[in-house]
Write a protein that binds this ligand. Structure first.
Ligand code: 6PG
Length: 249
């Protein structure tokens, strides 16, 4: 990986969740201070759950004016919002239902629609908020799969090469399921992008993605390279257990 990546490795899952949540609040406070508002992109899956729970609990929840925060999603499974698989449903349970965010400022991907329709609708929402673009999200939270995917940008899928659209529908063969995902042009327009990974199952991929010299579609997360923003890698000790490079100071 070119340059010295900004990596923090936390001794435990508890410390990872606590320190990452505190860092996210700090970044969101900076956006509220500097721009009077904050747009945040939330990913799904298991890793960020504990972070969302902390953001929606004392003391952190009281450190932000949620009335000036807008929430977007990195991707969504093609299910209804009340489906246990729904990323929106998880974020609603863990965070949104606990803070005073205006429903009009929660922009979920309509997983209940057809993948094509959901992608078109979401793109229209983003292009209304960020016309003419690019979508300069203030804070983008991403996870990483053990295959190197992020959002729903999986290896060997055609959404990886999308250069114009900000949202794409994608069929994921090994899941035998469709997803709707932000594309790299949207993700890489973010100001503060954090990649979050925990657990031993991620350790081999963490080591691989941080040792490649150039971005490669074989490892989609290596294509996360904010054009005018920062990229932060945040791990617990287990996920970083195969790394030989030092923690960032
Ligand atoms: C999703 C996420 C996805 C996730 C990774 C890691 O919809 O599942 O957006 O990109 O971040 O698959 O998932 P875990 O955090 O569950 O390991």
């Amino acid at each position: 990986m070119q340059g010295t990546p900004d990596i923090c490795i936390f001794d435990s899952l508890e410390e990872f969740e606590r320190k990452s949540a505190e860092e996210i609040v700090h970044l969101m406070q900076g956006s509220l201070r500097d721009r009077g508002a904050c747009t945040v992109v939330l990913s799904g899956g298991e890793t960020p759950k504990g972070i969302y729970r902390r953001l929606g609990s004392d003391p952190l929840k009281h450190l932000l004016d949620w009335s000036r925060v807008s929430v977007f999603f990195s991707d969504e499974r093609c299910v209804s919002p009340d489906d246990p698989q729904s990323n929106y449903g998880m974020v609603q349970r863990e965070l949104i239902s606990h803070v005073g965010i205006a429903p009009r400022n929660v922009h979920r991907i309509s997983g209940e629609s057809s993948p094509e329709e959901a992608a078109i609708r979401y793109e229209k929402v983003l292009r209304t908020v960020y016309s003419p673009g690019p979508p300069r999200f203030d804070v983008v939270l991403l996870g990483m799969g053990s295959d190197g995917h992020t959002a729903s940008l999986f290896p060997a899928t055609d959404a990886l090469g999308e250069e114009n659209r900000w949202v794409r529908e994608v069929f994921v063969p090994h899941l035998n399921a469709s997803r709707v995902t932000l594309t790299f042009p949207a993700i890489n327009s973010g100001r503060e992008v954090l990649i979050l990974a925990t657990g031993l199952s991620k350790a081999p991929m963490v080591e691989r993605v941080l040792s490649v010299q150039a971005p490669t579609k074989a490892l989609p997360i290596t294509l996360v390279r904010p054009a005018e923003g920062s990229l932060r890698w945040r791990f617990d000790k287990q996920a970083a257990s195969k790394l030989s490079i030092p923690n960032s100071p």
